[in-house]
Ligand binder design. Sequence first.
Ligand code: G3I
Length: 375
Amino acid sequence: MLKRRFQVSAALLTACVAVSAQQTTTLKDAYRGIFHVGAAINEQQIAGTDTLGTTIVAAQFDTISPENVLKWERVHPSPDTYNFAPADKYVEFGEKHHMFIVGHNLVWHSQVPNWVFQDDQGKPLTRDALLQRMHDHIFKVVGRYKGRIQSWDVVNEALNEDGTLRKSKWQQIIGDDFIEKAFEYAHQADPQAELTYNDYSLENEAKLKGALVLVARLKAHGIAITTVGIQGHDSLAHPTVEEEDTAIAAFAKLGVKVAISELDIDVLPRDPKLFSADVSLKVKQDPKLNPYANGLPDDVQQALSKRYADLFAVFLKHRAEMSRVTFWGVTDKDSWLNNWPVPGRTSYPLLFDRNGKPKPAFDAVIEQEKLAVKQ
Ligand code: G3I
């Protein structure tokens, strides 16, 4: 009888220790010394009005990215107006918690007002005038946070899916070397900052080839690019772990670090043609496209956990080449995937559920690190 009671309490103790270990092991502790683990934070988390989100970020992550507040249209909405208040708070938050602070982003075809490309009469700017405007914006923004923002996404999404250069207004007015120029200005504005080329679908063969040519070109021109951001807006099936592995290895071979810069895993149905992160895509609402509005079935929850474990196994394999893994959002409630490409869906792409509770995928990511240590 006594023996049985002892066995029961020993089992109970083991369970309690397991639970409390689970609660006390944070992502940043599990991955300390391996690579930074972070999240993109939104306006409410920056302002501190989302206390649940802010608490999770402070406890779990050691790097942050600004989901929106440093985009051109937010920080520089009209020629003589800079709105730095939210970005200042973002940087203060990161400093308070001793985080690796990322700036997102400087030159992008999206979320940039039309005036940027026009003169006072509304006519397209000349190459020189647009270069001057780019220079001034970068010096103002990067200069303000010099030595405080450690890493900048300098050029965002300059490639098409087939690996050719996107015909953005930057490219059309300045020419292909708008990319070199953006990096040159960012490096002059803060010579210590890490500088990133950031894009989605870089695991797809054609786009990967284009990105490798681009990075090699920048390197050949002596440009101070330190990092490639593989965004990582993934699904349960895409990209394959082999594609992920190939992409990281290929960039590392060119002498740049890799950041998984915007990780999330979409479990909702999507036309395979739409596997990108092109913010301009829109699909009409349809209840068939929102199958888990009342909760995530257990088998999908398990598939999500396994998928996270498999991807982190690849990241851990490449630990020497990786700088960080940043989730694009904190809890499922925050994710942009609730509104893209179909508005008003209930998505489940992150490690924390809508109540801020760690999901099984959270445990899988922690567990994967322990497995890697044993191997
Ligand atoms: O805050 C306003 C709100 O006041 C207004 O009522 C509402 C009406 O549309 O819009 C709100 O702003 C939205 C903002 O997200 C905050 O939710 C913008 O319309 C919307 O365009 C914006 O979307 C962001 C998108 O980039 C475009 O900037 C997403 O939050 C953000 O997650 C997404 O992030 C991008 C990366 O920067 C680059 N890579 C792809 C990634 C996902 O699309």
